[in-house]
Design a protein around this ligand. Structure first.
Ligand code: IVH
Length: 698
């Protein structure tokens, strides 16, 4: 070999080594920042910096696919959907707990075990929250997460490894890099924890589903359990599942502590998420005194807890006490009183949400549940009422759990007198009286009346927003006031507002933190209303808030029709000639322009001089990775709304249509897909998830 050649070869080898060590370093860094964010809730870098690290890692993996190991952070949601779950035999039984309903039960438990072994008298007790979630078993070999299972029957569970990988609180490698103390990890370690969805995240998820017109979930526990036990890991990844770990089931090749308190500390040191509500006591009475106030305080916990667990700290003693069936004698669940009651369903009301979605709620005979008087409870959606056959006048079982809005579990059928009335969903909006509508593939009913007082605030907000008419200074407070005082009855009224109208809306209270004098606020707002008159036609079309018409479609429509006179006369077939306008959007447009209320708004806008003509540049799609490709979106995507996914595709030059055909390039699949999914499969259309869509753009 020539010296030069040799040097080149060595250089290549070194470069490879540098990349490899950088790769290992990146993996450890990302896993550490993931831990800081998802376990400690205390990130030390920004999301942007995190994404940069992750992108660097992805680039290296693209060049060296053979380097990728299961502990790489890119492997969290990489697995393909499975046909079924394999069975996993647990290395030791996954036990459950006997219950104590109050202090007396707990004392009786203590007496029972004291009689079996008098060492109990000197025992310490650890108290932990009893989280209402799903028990999971996590296996680590040489510190790497290799398998995760459900509890199953306690002997054999189901292998849900791919789903559990998507749970970011689960460390893929232990100890998590960056932990201060050096800690030994057994060659094989099996731990147990409780997977759950935090209450706040659950409510946010339901709000999001409701706005999208989809079915909401009944409670966090079932949602978490359902998400972990379905076959596509991508769908699990879209659910905000986390976990807390509390037990070592088995270990080989290394020492682990022998007291529960030390186990919790040890698990924490390894980088597992561990509750910080746990405490150790020298006797049972102190433990009970700690637990009892938690019944009232349980809403302070970020998850649903149905009690506290009392455990004998000395695990050798606990094991020697043995079991009764599947319940170990060394621990007991101190249950909080259930927050479920029955009461009479006096009526069913209907609320109109931000997007016009109609949501039914129960008007209850007031009843106390856990110290709170409950008069209303959610009924989720109209399908739910029908499925559960909930009738007005029924006695219903109502649950209040954590901070979750109380919900009706179902009717007590045996308590019926025969006078109960079957419920029919309203045909008209309870706020404005206009007929309600239903869209294919959604469970919700909508009020689509732009003048509906329940929706006017939202319509005006949208009209003045940045991507639309961009009227600076027209904040939500002012909008609400103007609607309340009757100065704004539709979006066109904005253009006839006087200085006095605005001054009236800018009350002292609203200006608490505003240093500007009201006169100046009014003048500035009037000026930005005036400026908005010259916004482009595309922006005005966006601002009208026609269902399905986003910024890009608005641009296409503006370019095609040139002004609102022509667009308002367009028929469904004509509209569908435009790229990107499918049958649903076309119908939505025709429907919007056919409504007398909207025609009046258009007339007023024209009279106010808000009647732009199209500019030549409008409607041109951006060129990009998706140019020439057509996409169809179905179901709920993990992080993006439909509009966001559409904007993303369009910003890369792609087209989004409503129906699947042979011409469809990709179906973007989310949770609870509609019939489009079946059709795409039948036609052999490529099916991808949100993450793949992102990757495809790269
Ligand atoms: S200890 C021997 N600790 O409650 C150990 N269980 O009814 C037995 N749970 O199936 C379990 N939080 O899913 C334990 N801190 C905690 C818990 C806990 C929730 C669940 C677990 C178990 C059920 C017992």
């Amino acid at each position: 070999m020539q010296p030069q050649q040799k040097r080149g070869c060595e250089l290549g080898y070194n470069l490879r080594m540098t990349t490899k060590s950088r790769y290992e370093e990146l993996k450890a860094q990302i896993n550490f920042h993931n831990y800081r964010y998802h376990v400690l809730d205390a990130p030390v870098i920004s999301d942007l910096e995190f994404d940069k690290l992750l992108n660097e890692l992805k680039r290296i993996e693209a060049d060296h696919p053979d380097w990728v190991t299961p502990d790489s952070p890119t492997q969290r949601a990489g697995a393909k959907p499975a046909d079924r779950f394999e069975k996993v035999r647990h290395p030791a039984p996954i036990l459950s707990l006997a219950n104590a309903f109050g202090a007396e039960d707990a004392r009786a438990w203590y007496e029972r075990i004291r009689k079996i072994d008098d060492r109990v008298e000197k025992a310490k007790f650890v108290v932990e929250p009893k989280i209402d979630g799903l028990s999971v078993v996590l296996h680590y070999r040489d510190g790497v997460f290799v398998q995760g299972a459900t509890r199953g029957d306690g002997e054999v569970g189901e292998d849900i490894t791919s789903n559990l990988r998507t749970v970011r609180a689960i460390p893929l490698r232990i100890p998590v890099e960056g932990r201060k103390s050096k800690v030994e990890v057994p060659k094989y370690l099996v731990v147990r924890g409780e997977a759950f969805i935090p209450t706040k995240e659950f409510e946010a998820l339901n709000r999001q589903l409701e706005e999208a017109g989809e079915k909401t979930y009944q409670n966090p526990r079932n949602t978490a359990a359902g998400a972990l036990r379905q076959l596509d890991p991508k769908l699990t990844a879209s659910r905000p599942i986390t976990l807390l770990v509390y037990q070592i089931i088995h270990s080989e090749g290394g020492k682990v502590p022998t007291s529960q308190w030390e186990i919790l500390e040890y698990l924490k040191t390894l980088g597992f998420p561990v509750t910080d509500v746990s405490k150790r006591f020298n006797n049972l009475e102190d433990a009970i005194a700690y637990i009892e106030p938690w019944d009232k305080k349980r809403d302070e916990l970020p998850y649903e807890a149905d009690g506290m667990v009392i455990k004998i700290d000395d695990l050798t003693l606990a094991a020697e006490l043995g079991f009764v069936g599947k319940d170990p004698r060394g621990a007991i669940a101190f249950k909080f009183p259930a927050r479920e009651v029955t009461t009479r369903l006096n009526d069913i009301g209907v609320a109109v949400g931000r997007t016009g979605v109609l949501t039914p709620y129960a008007v209850l005979e007031p009843v106390e549940i856990g110290g709170v008087i409950v008069e209303r409870a959610t009924l989720h959606n109209f399908d739910y009422i029908a499925e559960k056959d909930i009738r007005v006048g029924d006695r219903v079982l109502v649950k209040r759990a954590g901070e979750v809005i109380p919900y009706v579990i179902g009717p007590v059928v045996d308590a019926r007198s025969g006078k109960e009335k079957k419920y029919k969903p309203p045909q008209t909006c309870p706020a404005c009286g206009q007929p309600v509508e239903h869209f294919e593939g959604e469970v919700a009913w909508y009020c689509v009346n732009a003048a509906c007082p329940a929706q006017l605030v939202r319509n005006v907000e949208h009209f003045v927003s940045r991507g639309a008419m961009d009227i600076v200074g027209m904040g939500i407070k002012i909008v609400e006031k103007l609607i309340e005082t009757g100065k704004v009855r539709d979006v066109a009224d904005i253009y006839t507002l006087t200085r006095a109208d605005i001054l009236e809306a800018v009350t002292k209270k609203d200006r608490k933190t505003d240093k500007e004098p009201p006169g100046k606020i009014a003048d500035n707002l009037l000026a930005s209303i005036e400026t908005s008159k010259s916004r482009s036609l595309a922006r005005l079309i966006t601002a009208l808030g026609i269902r399905g018409v986003g910024e890009v479609s608005a641009g296409d429509l503006a370019a095609h029709y040139g002004n609102l006179d022509a667009l308002s006369k367009a028929g469904v077939d004509d509209l569908q000639q435009i790229e990107g306008i499918g049958p649903n959007i076309a119908e939505g447009i025709v429907d919007w322009f056919s409504r007398p209320f909207n025609q009046k708004v258009l007339k007023k806008l024209k009279a106010a001089g808000v009647w732009p003509q199209a500019q030549k540049t409008e409607g041109r799609r951006q060129e990009g990775a998706f140019t020439g490709l057509t996409f169809v979106i179905t179901g709920t995507l993990p992080t993006w709304s439909r509009e966001e996914a559409k904007a993303f595709i369009e910003s890369h030059g792609g087209k989004v249509t409503d129906s699947v055909s042979k011409k469809t390039g990709y179906l973007v699949l989310g949770e609870n897909p509609g019939s489009k999914f079946e059709k795409a499969k039948a036609l052999g259309v490529k099916i991808i998830g949100e993450e793949e869509l992102r990757k495809l753009a790269e």
